[in-house]
Design a protein around this ligand. Structure first.
Ligand SMILES: [Zn+2]
Length: 92
């Protein structure tokens, strides 16, 4: 997941931190960021955590901690390339 994110970051020519998904997850647990930033619900084995780029890479967002947010895989997929702001407004 993160590796492919980095590859996409390199493809788009944006800044990319050399961090692993495990490091990012540990950072979120330490920061108590344990809710999906898109729907506000917590994570579980049924609805696992994934790494979302708040500003999409295709829109010039960076692959850095500052641009990462925890999101459900499902929410992340639904959001696609839209900025998180637009997804939240669209989601009821
Ligand atoms: Zn969610």
């Amino acid at each position: 997941m993160l590796a492919s994110g980095r590859r996409r970051a390199v493809k788009y020519g944006v800044t990319a931190d050399k961090v692993t998904a495990q490091e990012v997850h540990a950072y979120w647990y330490a920061s108590k960021l344990l809710a999906c930033h898109l729907c506000g619900l917590s994570f579980s084995t049924v609805h696992p955590i994934s790494l979302d780029h708040v500003e999409p890479l295709s829109k010039g967002g960076t692959h850095t901690l500052a641009n990462f947010a925890p999101a459900h895989r499902w929410c992340n997929t639904q959001k696609g390339n839209r900025p998180a702001e637009r997804y939240r407004r669209g989601a009821a």
